[in-house]
Ligand binder design. Sequence first.
Ligand code: LLP
Length: 415
Amino acid sequence: MSWFFTKSVDFYRQNRPDHLLTQYGSPLYAYNEQVLRERCRDMKNLVDSPLFGVNYSTKANSNLTLLNIIREEGLDADAMSPGEIHVLLQAGFKPEQIFYICNNVSVEEMAYAVERDICVSVDSLSQLELFGRAFAGRRVAVRINTGHGAGHNEKVVTAGKKTKFGVNDDQITDIKALVKRYSLRLCGLNQHVGSLFMEGSAYLAGARLLMELALEFDDLEFIDLGGGFGISYYKQAGEGPMDLAPLSRELTELIQNFQHRCGRPVHCKIEPGRYITAECGVLLGNVLARKVNSGVTYVGTDLGFNVLQRPIMYDAHHEAEIYRDGVCLEGDHETVTVVGNICESGDKLLKARSLPRMQLGDVIAVMDAGAYGYSMASNYNNRLRPAEVLIGLDGQPRLIRRRDTLEDLMRGFAL
Ligand code: LLP
């Protein structure tokens, strides 16, 4: 049984997966507050400098209660849309704690942030020009494509030659010209190499380049090195956590050196999403069917890709545990494909996996589902998005978002 449920006998008694499903309905996202807080602290302690800060990347999980905890832990946040800005403000983040990193947006969307005194990062020269025309004299940041990309799938590599993101590092002169033309104040440069690396070489290469570029501007307030810090999705197979120590050492040295060369305080931020929320979350569901089709054993569950999209979107791997009457099954493995209830053949949660033999009524727990799980869930097939519960520091679960209702599906129709 995984660490998620094995914290203590009491913890397990209070949070038996089958009991959680009986109480809150299936499927269900369950989060562990202790783990969330620990991951926030890992990131805050990555670099020991008063000029170092962490922006949580809201897109990974924007549940209001989790955002509140993340804020309490002393993190700031980045937003990708006015919707994320809205939720962050509701969670008590101050405008100066929010960084709006936008990508191909209208002046109206930029205005949503500017009017609230939230710093905006633009992603192209044309968006910089749009910003300048509308908001001459204001602060703005620019996202740079340093050419160093990384990530678990090409869809989430966000720097390098094959991506839409950032202004290339050879266009610094154009940035300077636009900044001058519209009397803008270039307050920051940011980058994001991509999502999920387990060793930091691309990240550090990008950071080095961003720092060199930053030295060309005299009035920068900050640089933001982006997120992407990995977690292990293969724990049962023995993969350990990302070793943060070497990255911490090198980043600390880089930042100290950068500060020295700047000769004045320039803040350095990072932007982790997955690292903060992935491991605090499990997704629970019910085993509802079994069949053999053309030699393949399918186990049918209520975990369609409307609930967890990562496997079909990125071929992403999640580990699973099977519970029967409160006992985690071990041994007696069989190879099965675990599928959901969506009317598409691609609706496969776990493909050809060796798992304990399942029967109807078993509970399946999908591990490391706290990041890009609920935040990418949808109402496809008019299915209801699941509830979310938080298992607090006292070990007690409590509802932090109710399950969708049929009325929610009728919201917004003009009749
Ligand atoms: N900063 C920016 C500008 C980003 O675009 C992202 C993620 C992050 C920070 C945070 O990256 P993280 O630390 O979470 O890797 N849905 C995909 C991941 C998409 C990431 C998009 N950008 C998945 O489920 O793997």
